[in-house]
Design a binder for this molecule. Structure first.
Ligand code: FES
Ligand code: FE2
Length: 456
């Protein structure tokens, strides 16, 4: 008999009334505006703010870290990133006129260089003190691979622009893209440390959104080394073991290994499909700016990549963008809608996190440590994005598929865990090397590890 009053019933049954109140968001982690711990921390790093291809005949209005800005490329090719409101009486500079040198506000013609210097205030007399005292707020920019990066922090703390190894690979084309999300940045970023969603959302819950191999249940481990949080997922596919080694780099950079891997052949250190920065627009909106990597190595046989489908609000993987119909999202839900539907700011206090969420918890701790480190509280920050001897930052994200058949002397779950760790160690051990030498060392380390693990 179905006795609803039984003491044996689950305590949560029909608990809607009791559970309807939603706790407050964790504002320390969520806020990004000027003067907040998160906002000040994010301002210590170069952040992409606009695609270079968006800079055309008129200025582009932006909102970054809670600040209203305009970006433009002047007639001499230099990029300016200025406060949106004109220093004179606040008109929006998105209505300004781009000129050979800088931009002129349309309201009274104040003329600003790309660094914010006031070049002219034509309605004022030549000896006006305003010419010496007024300027427009401006930020330094750096263009790389079709993305415009900016530094919004204190000028005396401006770091070098980090040059990741994956942005310098021969035979790789980098195609920039951006995807806006009407929600807090952290829930977008932390999806990168949640490999279990790939098993379910991208495979077992409906359509195969990437390749069938993603639906195999992996053995998973997360860890932290220096400024990185990483995961290792090991999947058995016959005698082969497919290991994904994915990293996020504090505070908001992440890489994703080759998408189309099917684990059907041996692969040694196949590099990334995407490098991406999750940039807060404000507390409740964020934009992923990314570089999609196209190469024979990453696309591989059976690759479904399509560079024509990569750009502003476009990516060549299912479910990454908004703008699809509700019917389509409900029929075949993707990353975008599950992330955005976690509420405008995900409520951590209402979650029930388990062992499969360990990477998300680690990433949040890392972000909080960064915020407190910048604020001068807690532990000092580890050096972030530290370059190797060649000035290039070695990164780890990769797919490797090793031939390690099941063994009689070891439960396969333990063997899969050991293969994952061996891949991590093989890659990280070569950090002091550069270029082809590093690649050769990693591949030799991986071959040796596979041989040893296969033999026991
Ligand atoms: S408000 Fe811009 S020139 Fe007057
Ligand atoms: Fe995903």
């Amino acid at each position: 008999m179905n006795d609803v009053s039984s003491k044996a019933r689950r305590p949560a049954a029909y608990a809607g009334y009791r559970l309807r109140d939603v706790p407050e968001p964790d504002l320390e982690l969520a806020q990004v505006g000027p003067g907040t711990p998160g906002g000040e921390m994010m301002r210590r790093y170069w952040q992409p703010v606009v695609l270079a291809s968006e800079l055309g005949a008129v200025p582009v209005r932006l909102r970054i870290l809670g600040e209203d800005l305009v970006a433009f490329r002047d007639g001499s090719g230099r990029v300016g990133l200025l406060h949106r409101h004109c220093a004179h009486r606040g008109a929006g500079l998105e209505f300004g006129r781009i000129v050979e040198r800088g931009i002129k506000c349309c309201y009274h013609g104040w003329w600003f260089d790309v660094d914010g210097t006031l070049l002219d205030a034509p309605a004022e007399p030549p000896d006006s003190a305003l010419r010496r005292t007024a300027c427009q707020g401006a930020y330094p920019v750096h263009e790389a691979a079709g993305l415009v990066f900016a530094y919004l922090g204190p000028p005396e703390e401006q770091p070098a622009f980090p040059n990741y190894d994956t942005l310098n690979l021969p035979g790789t084309d980098l195609v920039p893209y951006s995807i806006s999300h009407p929600c807090n940045w952290l829930q977008v970023h932390e999806n990168l440390m949640d490999p279990w969603h790939a098993v379910f959302l991208h495979s077992r819950m409906g359509a195969t959104q990437i390749t069938a191999a993603w639906g195999e249940m992996p053995v998973t481990e997360w860890g932290e080394i220096g400024d990185r949080v990483y995961y290792l997922t090991s999947r058995r596919l016959g005698d082969l073991v497919w290991v994904r080694f994915n990293e996020v780099m504090a505070p908001n950079v992440g890489q994703v290994g080759g998408f189309w891997q099917d684990g059907a052949r041996e692969v040694l250190f196949q590099r990334v499909a995407a490098t991406r920065w999750t940039v807060p627009n404000d507390d409740a909106s964020a934009t992923i700016f990314g570089l999609r990597h196209f190469s024979d190595d990453v696309e591989g046989p059976g690759g479904l990549g399509d560079r024509a489908k990569v750009g502003k609000e476009k990516l060549d993987v299912y479910g990454q963008t908004g703008g699809r119909s509700l019917a389509e999202m409900q029929d075949n839900p993707g990353d975008w809608e599950v992330i955005v539907s976690q509420r405008p700011i995900a409520i951590h206090a209402a979650e029930h996190k388990g062992s499969s969420d360990r990477g998300v918890a680690m990433l949040r701790r890392q972000v909080r440590r960064c915020m407190r480190g910048v604020a001068g509280e807690g532990e000092p920050l580890p050096p972030l994005h530290k370059p190797g001897p060649d000035g290039i930052v070695p990164t780890w994200t990769s797919n490797s598929v090793l031939r390690v058949p099941q063994r009689k002397d070891l439960p396969d779950q333990e063997l899969l865990l050991a293969v994952g760790r061996a891949v991590r160690d093989a890659v990280v051990a070569a950090d002091g090397m550069v270029g082809e030498m590093r690649l050769a060392a990693i591949r030799a380390n991986l071959r040796k590890a596979a041989t040893e693990l296969a033999q026991g």
